[in-house]
Design a protein around this ligand. Sequence first.
Ligand SMILES: *Cc1c(COP(=O)(O)O)cnc(C)c1O
Length: 399
Amino acid sequence: MEKKYKNMETEVIHAGYEAKSHLGSLSTPIFQTSTFTFETAEQGENRFAGKEEGYIYSRLGNPTVRALEEKIAALENAEDGIAFGSGMAAVSAVLFSLVQTGDHIICSQGLYGCTFGLLELMKEKFKITYDLSPMENVQQIQQLIKPETVCIYVETPINPTMRMIDLEMVASTAKEHAITVVVDNTFSSPYLQQPLNHGCDVVLHSATKYICGHGDVVAGLAAGKKEFIRKLGMTTLKDIGGIISPFDAWLLLRGLKTLPVRMDRHTENAKKLYEKLKEHKAVEHVYYPGDPSHKDYHILKKQMKDGGGLISFEIKGGKQEAQSVMNALKLIKIAVSLGDAETLIQHPATMTHAVVPEVQRLEMGISNQLLRLSVGLEAWEDVWEDLKQALDTVIESHS
Ligand SMILES: *Cc1c(COP(=O)(O)O)cnc(C)c1O
């Protein structure tokens, strides 16, 4: 996409849409239609043959969905974008498109649970192999590269341990071996991190999270080179069929308009809570990417605008103490997912990462006393009051 606006705050509102092409409608119209009529049989023939531009059938393209795709391309500084019915539909479409039977993938340690599940499925059904790596330096990546390695798949910051991976380091290492680098950018959103600007090839999102921002849509997005995105549209999206509905695309367009405002507030709140959590007696460790004493803070400085809205922390004790803190909460909701207006808390060991075998889970740094907080948009003082009274119960039970 050609950059039309200099600043993301303007792009989220205006990129990918011209009111004058839609009878002046300020809001993008919802093209709630399954199919598109052709004026003649020949027009239909030409559209199918690709000789004439135009819509055919909503699984192959829809104007509301297209507006969203152009928006994500602009925000990720990509040539083109593509939308899916879920984050996992985006992950699976991208991976299926890149790999063939016998190929090898290198993944960052601490993958999203269902992405891990997908890799296991691909291993079993299609003889794809993969290795997990902390990706702390070039050597750790290079020692895993084989002739059949076609893809490096990265999540940063890593869920839920908040370690960060240097995207420029990964991209330059991959380039030497002509390996495609895919980044799951769900945790940061394009407002805080733009992986393609650091040499990565494909970026994808669970748009369910910060991009939607209101907890009312499940959707996915990907962006990258025009040719690759076109291929996804013509193969793994069209033929596997994980498309987004026009209405959900519209909700995402609506949510995106406030992405920068929301992310600033999520970050501001998270920083306040992080400071408070650090001082609480029931808390053992706090992991927040925006913490200047974080081991990987130098990486944040290189590639992220700020620390974002996710905090993980370990409380004193184990699973039982973690669950009793959750049960004592009143304002904060117990739920997986993240990036919503409401502050959410979850227990990775028994929820998002329950599918990962315990040995690997502990290797990833996901202990039984680890909790993950998705900081919402409420007044941080109210969130802290709730969290504090719940944490105090751990101290009381130990004294
Ligand atoms: C939620 C999530 C996904 C999966 O997205 P869905 O929209 O739930 O399908 C993938 N990666 C990360 C990092 C996520 O948080």
